[in-house]
Design a protein around this ligand. Sequence first.
Ligand SMILES: [Zn+2]
Length: 244
Amino acid sequence: MGEVLEVTECSVARVSIKENTKRRIFAESAGYCARTACHLPLFPDDVNDIHFAELAHIIAASTGGPRDVDPSVMNAIERSEADNLVLLCANCHSIIDKDEKTYPAEKVLSWKRNHRNSLDAAFGTRKFETRKAARASFVKYCERNAASFRLHGPESADAAALGNSRAARWQRHVLSVIIPNNRSMLHLAEMNRELLTEHEGDTLGEFTVHVQDLEMRHLWNDWTTGGLRFPGDFAKLFEGDDDD
Ligand SMILES: [Zn+2]
């Protein structure tokens, strides 16, 4: 294995963050603070090995920390996973932990989403030569969302067992997993539109409306919008031979 990444973590951390999780968060940051109004380069000096990067927990690592929620909404292990972490500069990390009223979890998650969207737009979404290659990239997002829905969605066993915590827990997963992955799938499908069949093109249209409805409800709290469900055929996008 490679070297251990030296990085400052929240001092309240209880479950330590896995090395691979740290690597992933570093990679996803592309070297910039995720706060939209900051974007400070975190590794400014390639001569001296200093950096300003800090791994921040979006929901506190343990009870009583900043942006805490009930343990039934997020347990200690989930708090140490990539979905709940973001790379910030030392200054922004300090600001959000001192002023959680101004910087609630939803706001920090929105920075993380914007950061990922910017990187997707810049160079994250590829144009593929074949349906098979596009499928291989697409399926990772799709399976991740399907698993999240199955385990934590409104129809899961989790939901039945948790009662009142259910909605808050599902809301977390929608903000940190479902919505970012939806956006990545949308970018990928649009970028590779010429590989789609006519039926898949129609399904992409339905998926776009589904994504907008979901975001209106969960990001803007607008429940007047339609609630078009996930079109099942969208999960099969790019499936089958290139000659089909
Ligand atoms: Zn910053």
